[in-house]
Design a protein around this ligand. Structure first.
Ligand code: 48H
Length: 254
């Protein structure tokens, strides 16, 4: 078979353009492809909802790749071991109630689960604003290419409509902060000191709808609520993603 560059180029452009057009409106837009976002997207997608993951960087995985201080291992507590198993992430017991897994395998398997659940990935795209209509509900996201932001170019953005957005942007809680800038209804307290036990045991209660149509998950959930950080223990990220998904599903799949 003789390869033809024109066909290769058209294959990419036509396919992705069709997907972009189809995804100008989604059920759920997950902002951030770190562990909480990937877990949330996989559970949401597996219920047949149309879900997009918008990821600012070239690769998904967020802060999970680096494990603890670049040692590519993560720790997960007993409470979340069932989620390691759910995602077929291999783990070994350590001490009493701790499990250790490869950070690379964890990202790969979470990503594969989100793909298998039908989530569509939009990497290299940054959410730079939100849409809120008269009824006071978040109805969409304002997106632009990350390289545009990096180059400081003045290029107007495009939008993606959604019934729910999930802020999974980690420590910066970007979407929550965007809403905070323009509405008194949201206040981002900012994360507290490192205290793994407190941070992990509170994360589910912080994973909530902070503004109509906007759910926070993962480290963003703790940052919004002024909760502690937890270091490289990742059970809370998975549990929070699962909980964020259950909030969406409760509303959209009655
Ligand atoms: C699109 C964006 C934007 C934007 C950011 O940081 P993450 O891994 O987030 P979580 O909450 O799933 O996991 C947190 C965990 O990795 C961690 O940092 C922990 C446990 N820390 C504890 C501690 O004590 O330090 O992923 C967030 C993702 C990243 O991939 C960003 O690139 C992406 O969100 N992102 N995507 N538009 N505006 N901002």
């Amino acid at each position: 078979m003789e390869l033809d560059e024109r066909t290769i180029t058209r294959a990419i452009l036509e396919t992705q353009m069709e997907i972009l057009l189809d995804y100008t409106d989604v059920d759920v837009a997950v902002v951030g492809g770190g562990p909480s976002g990937l877990a949330a997207a996989s559970f949401i997608g597996s219920r047949g909802l149309k879900v997009a993951i918008i990821e600012k960087k070239l690769s998904v995985g967020g802060g999970m790749w680096g494990g603890g201080m670049m040692f590519p291992r993560i720790v997960v507590q007993d409470e979340a071991k069932r989620l390691l198993d759910h995602f077929s992430i291999r783990s070994a017991p350590y001490g009493n109630g701790y499990w250790v897994a490869s950070s690379v395998e964890s990202v790969a398997k979470l990503t594969a689960a989100a793909c298998d659940a039908g989530a569509e990935f939009f990497n290299l795209m940054t959410v730079e604003d939100v849409m809120v209509r008269e009824q006071g509900r978040l109805s969409g996201l304002v997106i632009n290419w990350t390289p545009v932001e990096m180059a400081g170019l003045h290029v107007d953005p495009l939008t993606i409509g959604c019934r729910f957005a999930v802020d999974a942007t980690g420590h910066d809680a970007v979407v929550a902060r965007l809403v905070e800038k323009k509405s008194d209804a949201v206040r981002v307290k900012g994360e507290g000191f490192m205290w793994a036990d407190r941070a992990e045991s509170s994360i589910i209660s912080h994973t909530r709808e902070i503004f109509p149509g906007l759910i926070v998950t993962g480290m963003a959930a703790n940052a919004v609520s002024g909760e502690h950080r937890m270091g490289p223990v990742f059970g809370g990220m998975l549990l929070s993603g699962e909980h964020a998904a259950s909030l969406v599903i409760r509303d959209l799949c009655p």
